[in-house]
Ligand binder design. Structure first.
Ligand SMILES: [Zn+2]
Length: 194
């Protein structure tokens, strides 16, 4: 899932005006960003579910035992917040850390039970995931909802801040539509297995 996380980040921006949108977008994907080099190094990997083709929407067991373990997500999210502390101050840093952590909780709804609590799946604790991906149309509809609600919430807040300044109103509209379009495009590519 990518689009749903972006939608969530856009909604956060509506409330957290001092936090830069790009950092919120990056934060919402931070666990997946760290996943990429570990995937390349084969420390973490993807396993298509039985009978599926690579790229089928949500048809994957994700062995991201470090980046997507609960403890790993907490540590990576704390690190992400700290990276922004000096430049933006404590408020935005905390918002960014929590936005990064939101990725784990959103993924928890979608993943099959492949998310460990402790990095590396140590201790043989149960793996978590509510497996919405086993109902692809429901999962896609929820992602779409996150994109629509997130970009609309962002747009409304930006328009409110712009007030009677017509140039700022235009910027708010362009930004709101851009976030919506990028979210829809990302979801469409994801559904098409690209
Ligand atoms: Zn993820």
């Amino acid at each position: 899932m990518i689009a749903g996380h972006f939608g969530f980040a856009a909604a956060v921006k509506a409330k957290a005006r001092a936090t830069p949108l790009w950092a919120l977008m990056l934060g919402s994907q931070w666990l997946d960003v760290v996943f990429v080099p570990l995937l390349a190094a084969k420390v973490e990997w993807l396993e298509p579910t039985a009978g599926s083709k690579p790229g089928d929407y949500g048809a994957v067991i994700i062995h991201a035992d470090y980046t997507h373990s609960l403890i790993g997500a907490l540590l990576l999210s704390a690190l992400f917040g700290v990276l922004f502390w000096r430049r933006y101050g404590s408020g935005p840093a905390v918002v960014l850390g929590l936005t990064s952590l939101s990725h784990w909780f959103l993924d928890l709804l979608f993943h099959r039970a492949d998310m460990p609590i402790v990095p590396g799946g140590a201790g043989n604790l149960p793996r978590l995931g509510f497996a919405l991906w086993t109902y692809p149309s429901v999962a896609a509809a929820i992602e779409l909802l996150l994109v629509v609600v997130g970009s609309a919430t962002y747009w409304r807040a930006a328009a409110q801040v712009a007030g009677s300044d017509s140039a700022a109103q235009r910027r708010a509209t362009v930004c709101g539509i851009s976030i919506f379009a990028a979210g829809i495009l990302t979801l469409a590519l994801n559904l098409l297995g690209m």
